[in-house]
Design a protein around this ligand. Sequence first.
Ligand SMILES: NC(=O)c1ccc[n+]([C@@H]2O[C@H](COP(=O)([O-])OP(=O)(O)OC[C@H]3O[C@@H](n4cnc5c(N)ncnc54)[C@H](O)[C@@H]3O)[C@@H](O)[C@H]2O)c1
Ligand SMILES: O=C(O)[C@H](O)[C@H](O)COP(=O)(O)O
Length: 367
Amino acid sequence: MKLLADENMPFVQELFGDWAEVTTCPGREISPGQLRDVDVLLVRSITRVDEALLAQAGRLAFVGTATIGCDHVDTGLLARRGIGFASAPGCNKVAVGDYLLAALLRVAVHKGWQLAGKTLAVIGAGNTGSEVAGRARALGMEVLLCDPLLAERDPTAFVEFDQALRADIVSFHVPLVRDGEHPTWHLLDEARIAGLDGEQVLINACRGDVWDNRALLQRQQGPEPLTLVMDVWEHEPEVLAPLVPHVLLATPHIAGYSLEGKVRGTFALYQALCTQQGRAVAVTPGQLLPSPPVAAVTLAEVPEQALLERLVRLVYDIERDDLAFRRALGQPGFFDRLRKDYPQRRELGSLRLLGVDNDLAALGFKA
Ligand SMILES: NC(=O)c1ccc[n+]([C@@H]2O[C@H](COP(=O)([O-])OP(=O)(O)OC[C@H]3O[C@@H](n4cnc5c(N)ncnc54)[C@H](O)[C@@H]3O)[C@@H](O)[C@H]2O)c1
Ligand SMILES: O=C(O)[C@H](O)[C@H](O)COP(=O)(O)O
């Protein structure tokens, strides 16, 4: 069995090396000719799996994407051609929760805010959105959920998009959908951007095309700029460079890039391929993870916001990612290089906080 995988997918050799001939290559360079004799293709979000890529893939029996988002895969085409498919729903939702917590705490420092009592609107209340909502509630924030699809079942639990857009902080967690009843392409469009208040904070850790980046730049160059946190960008790996100086925290689509999240992503595909091939699952994700660099911290008191910010930074320093982004901006291939060389990042759940009774697990730390 021949297996071709994106080189940015960890533990492929460990999980598939025993039963497949494994080749890896950069995700953006996978070509139709390479797939001629391949049985299994494992990708991440940067490989467009479509008619053109699969033109010569006569043997292909399984495609997996080790990601939550699937907008890069023509799943209808795979179904029509009888090619098995798996993605990794929820694999990096905890990492996105960590990213958001780190971002909120930095935003609070920047604006001189106590987060308790502020409103956070979560647009898209699925896996990542729920994770974010849980962390924000644990910070004492008032959370508004906006999700028209889930609202069909329980309208009272959700608010309309335009109401959500009045929150102090609005965070986007929707899939990229270009058509249908609830498209998300440019969900935040020029008119809505113009209607926001200059005190508001916007966060995008889902897909870049959900925000109109040109309209945002126009807004930021005006008299009342917004506070922005951007992990994802329209037209990645290109970035609208003049927008970056107007963004408080700018990162290269790494919100989900914890080691645990990546391991869960590869592991979900391993499980799915085992099922397709009738093989027993022989390892657990935990067996693949090394010990974290810091496993426990003893506290003298329940952490206030400022101490919490330092504790989070001990595990995940979002400013380091922001600084690396600004330093590399403009260099050829900088976006993909930062992602390929991303330092090993552990989840907050790898750190146990000792010495205080409070349950800090709701913020993501180890219970
Ligand atoms: N930056 C990153 O590293 C990163 C990491 C993980 C996921 N993502 C992106 O985030 C997206 C969301 O991830 P998830 O795990 O929460 O997905 P999910 O499928 O669990 O949840 C998405 C939610 O969005 C809702 N939704 C759909 N259209 C909507 C609309 N128009 N308005 C409001 N809500 C809408 C859905 O009903 C669903 O509940 C993924 O599709 C992926 O593109 C990015
Ligand atoms: O959809 C996802 O799971 C995330 O956006 C994922 O972290 C993207 O990472 P990539 O596949 O581009 O390496």
